[in-house]
Ligand binder design. Structure first.
Ligand code: FAD
Length: 245
């Protein structure tokens, strides 16, 4: 596992999906993107003095760009004081300190070879899966992968391009829920309403040894995890949660 590094990176692009959901792209040297899909980075709004050990206040975000490229991307939703500051203070062209890679929500290491990965994502919870999907599209998945992704409104649907490309992959299936109707969705949305866990379980019933990976709002994770165990008899070893708190 690469040792975490601190880097100052130019913020090249801010993409706004909704008033409270933004994607940030940072330009970095390729050597800094040797993370494992599913890992996260620290972002600080403060200046950092590399000659000092002290790392200022920061927040962590799953990396949602492909490894071994020249870009590091994150998606964040505005929740509390710090992410509100991010919305107000971050500017394209500015340079910001990042620290990475961290975390053990690494799909390839969590699942035995050939067993099914069921990626369950609510909103920005899709982030840790994006780099895994990008890597799988390039090198093959070596297992069946099913994505169950839910957004509150069509404009919050991120990674349309990625989700169009995965649709044509043989070992990949997906279902995308949207709670409200709205703008053009490129045909990616398949279901309306909130994510229906019973349908997810039925969708993957015939694939070998489904492992449920859960990422999203803490309330959703707790509900889904307990429902998988009590309603569907899924053993704990087949449930993996990306804890965001
Ligand atoms: C592994 C992981 C991955 C995550 N990935 C994403 C992601 O991809 N997208 C996304 O939107 N969110 C992600 N989060 C959540 C994100 O890091 C923030 O916690 C969340 O956005 C809360 O918003 P806030 O910081 O504005 O809230 P705030 O109200 O500012 O703080 C929320 C919490 O941060 C902690 N905190 C408070 N002060 C400090 C401090 N000085 N230093 C460190 N922590 C402090 C406390 O637990 C506090 O309750 C992730 C969290 C984790 C743990």
């Amino acid at each position: 596992m690469p040792t975490p590094t601190k880097i100052k990176a130019p913020l090249t692009k801010i993409t706004r999906f909704a008033d409270d959901v933004f994607k940030l792209d940072f330009a970095v040297e390729r050597k800094y993107t040797r993370f494992k899909p599913g890992q996260f980075l620290h972002l600080t709004l403060e200046d950092f003095d590399p000659t000092q050990a002290y790392w200022p206040e920061s927040r962590v975000f799953s990396i949602c760009s492909a490894p071994k490229t020249n870009t590091l991307s994150i998606i964040y939703s505005v929740k509390g004081a710090y992410t509100t500051r991010m919305r107000d203070e971050l500017v394209e062209g500015g340079e910001y300190w990042l620290k990475l890679p961290y975390g053990d929500f690494i799909i390839e290491q969590l699942l035995p070879e050939g067993e099914t990965a069921v990626l369950v994502a609510g909103g920005t919870g899709i982030s840790p899966y994006v780099s895994y999907l990008e890597q799988g599209l390039e090198n093959g998945f070596g297992r069946h992968v099913h994505l169950a992704y839910a957004v509150r409104s069509p404009e919050r649907l991120s990674f349309d391009d990625l989700l169009s490309r995965t649709r044509t992959t043989e070992t990949f299936t997906q279902r995308v829920w949207c709670e409200t109707d709205g703008a053009e969705d490129n045909g990616i949305i398949t279901d309306s309403g909130p994510l229906d866990l019973d349908s997810v379980v039925a969708d993957v019933a015939n694939f070998p040894s489904p492992h449920y990976l859960l990422s999203g709002p803490p309330g959703m994770l707790a509900t889904f995890s307990s429902k998988l165990k009590t309603d569907h008899g899924v053993d704990e070893q087949f449930i993996h949660i990306d804890e965001w708190e």
